[in-house]
Design a protein around this ligand. Structure first.
Ligand SMILES: [Zn+2]
Ligand SMILES: [Zn+2]
Length: 185
């Protein structure tokens, strides 16, 4: 380091740290130091995991406290865009999931209704309420994350509702079909 005068050493070091040469030197030095002390660093982090976690938590909290107004302003200023993005993001996921459960031919699995506003996911095993509580509100993310489990089908609200309220859990459409095949009235 190019500092000789101990009086000015602090200032000199600061200058050196900010210079291009100094920055490069420090970078190399830190890199080398890390290479030499990798194991120690790892052990340190492992040993102090909880404290570091706590510290980070505290730091984030403090940062938020200090920048609360800025964050608020950002959200207020970009409200519409954020809302739009969230909507778009959800819409894309929904379509992705609908496509999967209808073999890329989005329609009601029972009556063939194609109007997407009329369609919804149906729990094949009729435990929708219980399951929904477990999944939370973002069912599409959950499905994608869990690799499209085969416990859902795509139905229109009519078929879904009728199936849910029938004691035998069959949509009247399907019963009609069966009656035609069996030749019953
Ligand atoms: Zn239907
Ligand atoms: Zn139906």
């Amino acid at each position: 380091m190019p500092c000789k005068d101990p009086e000015k050493a602090k200032l000199c070091k600061k200058k050196w740290d900010q210079s291009v040469k100094g920055k490069e030197y420090n970078k190399q030095y830190n890199k080398q130091w890390y290479q030499n002390n990798k194991e120690k660093v790892k052990q340190y982090y492992q040993k102090n995991q909880e404290i570091i976690k706590q510290y980070n938590k505290q730091y984030n909290k403090q940062w938020y406290q200090n920048n609360k107004e800025k964050v608020k302003q950002y959200y207020q200023k970009n409200q519409e865009i954020i809302k739009q993005n969230n909507k778009q993001w959800r819409q894309n996921k929904k379509l992705q999931v609908y496509n999967y459960y209808s073999n890329f031919d989005v329609k009601c699995n029972c009556c063939g209704e194609r109007q997407i506003e009329f369609l919804a996911l149906d729990h094949i095993y009729n435990n929708g309420g219980h399951h929904r509580r477990k999944i939370g509100s973002d069912i599409y993310s959950w499905i994608i994350k869990n690799n499209y489990p085969s416990i859902f089908q795509l139905l229109c609200h009519n078929c879904n509702h009728a199936r849910g309220h029938n004691p035998d859990k069959i949509c009247p459409h399907q019963r009609q079909k069966a009656e035609i095949i069996l030749g019953e009235p």
